[in-house]
Ligand binder design. Sequence first.
Ligand SMILES: [Zn+2]
Ligand SMILES: [Zn+2]
Length: 256
Amino acid sequence: MLFDTHVHLNVKQFDEDREEVIKRAKEAGVTHMVIVGFDHETIPRAIKLAEENENFYAAVGWHPVDAIDFTEKELAWLEELASHPKVVALGEMGLDYHWDKSPKAIQKEVFRKQIQLARKVNLPIIIHNREATEDIMTILQEENAADVGGIMHCYNDSAEYVPAFIGMNFYISLGGPVSFKNATLPKEVAKMVPADRLLIETDCPFLAPHPKRGKRNEPAYAALIAEKIAELREVPVEDIASITKENADRLFRLND
Ligand SMILES: [Zn+2]
Ligand SMILES: [Zn+2]
């Protein structure tokens, strides 16, 4: 049994064959997943997919690239959705300095507002970080994000930051890049993350793992990521599957 903690089955890249993709995931043992909505279109679809499928859950948030479109109206909408029984986290949210659609100051403000909302509704948060580690760290500290904790999604930083994020009550989620031949950072991270803080995600349709690199990613490939992490940590893949599933259940409070 595998838990893919970050999928975008709600995007148009899956419109043609979504049901087959879900079937392949189940055949590969990927029984649990969180579908992440990040804008007007993908949020309702994430909730619908979670409602229609057993063991599928939703996360709702506003992507930093689109921070410029976020108003009080979207904030109120997220608050309303937070009480839906299948919504287990807020996000993805964070900072993305790679794209410049939204100025940094606006991204920071929208990130802070979503953390404040998460603390108000008491849900963990899913963090998207691209080229913004120092600012992410500062904002998480200033906004007391440790009160809710959450996930550093598709973790792509060096291992040296891992203890600080864990200290703030975050889990480290590894995706396809851990399997890329030339990727040294995520491999180091895969070896050193404490077992009780490790998660697996595909972030599909993006970042397909080796040997599917460059193709459309899908939840079934979470199995390839689990295999790679098991190889790096020199443990059986079943162990990686069970600890990451337990971790996800604990974080999303699915046992309560
Ligand atoms: Zn992301
Ligand atoms: Zn994502």
